[in-house]
Write a protein that binds this ligand. Sequence first.
Ligand code: CA2
Length: 144
Amino acid sequence: MSRILIINGPNLNMLGTREPGIYGYDTLADIEKMCQEEAKGLGLKVDFRQSNIEGEIITWIQQAPLQGFSGMIINGGAYTHTSIAIMDALLILEIPIIEVHITNIFKREEFRHLSFVSPAAEGVICGLGSRGYPLALKALAEMI
Ligand code: CA2
């Protein structure tokens, strides 16, 4: 069974508790449940993680092939717009990567329009809320 690593960056652990007007009412636990259900139907196994620490995210990315993951979904949170280190780690990977954002980053402040994740991603889903995660899993299932 193919394994998919889903990485969530800083502050995404706050989903559903603050700013529902921007990020919706789903918590990160709700999103994980959605992903686990979708993965079951697609015959995939999901490892769902969140970290507020840039270095920890980079270590997870580096270890992904060694740990046998066949694909990755990443919502880098605000590190998306700042982290060349995360981009460098992603660019080394040879597994398909889908970038997900809950909000449409292009409808928001200009500093969110730049993504250091996109150059390493097969595709980007943004602005579709938490539904973006199961949609990304569907896309990965077709690619793998
Ligand atoms: O739209 C997304 O998924 C983002 O990656 C979310 C990041 C933001 O910095 C990106 O520009 C776009 C922020 C996640 C913070 O989530 C919160 C949730 C509730 C309360 C406060 C923050």
